[in-house]
Design a protein around this ligand. Structure first.
Ligand SMILES: Cc1cc2nc3c(=O)[nH]c(=O)nc-3n(C[C@H](O)[C@H](O)[C@H](O)COP(=O)(O)O)c2cc1C
Length: 199
């Protein structure tokens, strides 16, 4: 069978189009719903799907702010603290609402009507109804291309007991995290299979 192969060369593709190609190809992406507080004390929350583990020892996670340091990145860099909250299906519309471009003096928990509670170990809020929250202290930030990559050391993870399996870890089906796809699409939690790693 001869299937046509399409080649998109970054050197002669409009950067905006290439961005759309990347985000529709690298899917599904987990969503870091980042909560932070500015040095002036204004609370902020916004979703970031350019999000991953950068190191396991120490435990470091990263999120990428596209086009420079948006409020979440600026706060994390300024105060050295932030929290990554997991987005579940019932929180999807609130997470989306919190992605609006609010000015830095607006409390986004209030603007997007998101219930919050203080984090346990860092000086900002977490999303009350998110079942897992990763509390972070800034490790470093890096400018990469047109982006700012923020790395945080996870100093504590708080979990709702309802999503924790017998082995002490979050159970995927109970956690049911949303993901980001391409375009304006979100992914619902998918099916899982279990396969032993080769020795
Ligand atoms: C599901 C989702 C994922 C997003 N991921 C990113 C991302 O990885 N990087 C980014 O810069 N913006 C991302 N955005 C857009 C930001 O959430 C948006 O620019 C927001 O206003 C930033 O808020 P802040 O300035 O309070 O940090 C995403 C939006 C949505 C809805």
């Amino acid at each position: 069978m001869n299937i046509e192969r399409i080649v998109r060369d970054s050197s002669n593709t409009d950067p905006g189009q290439f961005y759309l190609l990347l985000t529709a190809s690298i899917v599904p992406r987990p969503i870091a719903w980042v909560s932070s507080r500015s040095a002036a004390g204004v609370d902020n929350v916004a979703p970031y799907s350019f999000f991953s583990v950068a190191s396991t020892a120490p435990p470091i996670i990263s999120f990428t702010s596209v086009g420079g340091a948006k409020n979440s990145a600026a706060n994390a860099i300024e105060t050295g603290e932030f929290v990554v909250n997991v987005v579940t299906e019932s929180l999807t519309r609130k997470a989306n609402a919190s992605s609006a471009g609010f000015d830095s003096d607006r409390d986004e928990f209030v603007e997007a009507d998101i219930a919050s509670v203080p984090a346990e170990t860092v000086n900002c809020l977490r999303v009350r109804d998110s079942p897992v929250a990763l509390e972070c202290r800034l490790h470093r930030h890096l400018e990469v291309g047109n982006c700012v990559v923020v790395m945080g050391e996870v100093v504590a993870v708080t979990l709702d007991a309802s999503v924790v399996a017998e082995d002490g870890l979050p159970d995927f089906a109970r956690l049911a995290p949303m993901s980001r796809l391409g375009r304006q699409e979100w992914g619902l939690p998918s099916r899982t299979i279990e396969i032993d790693r080769p020795t």
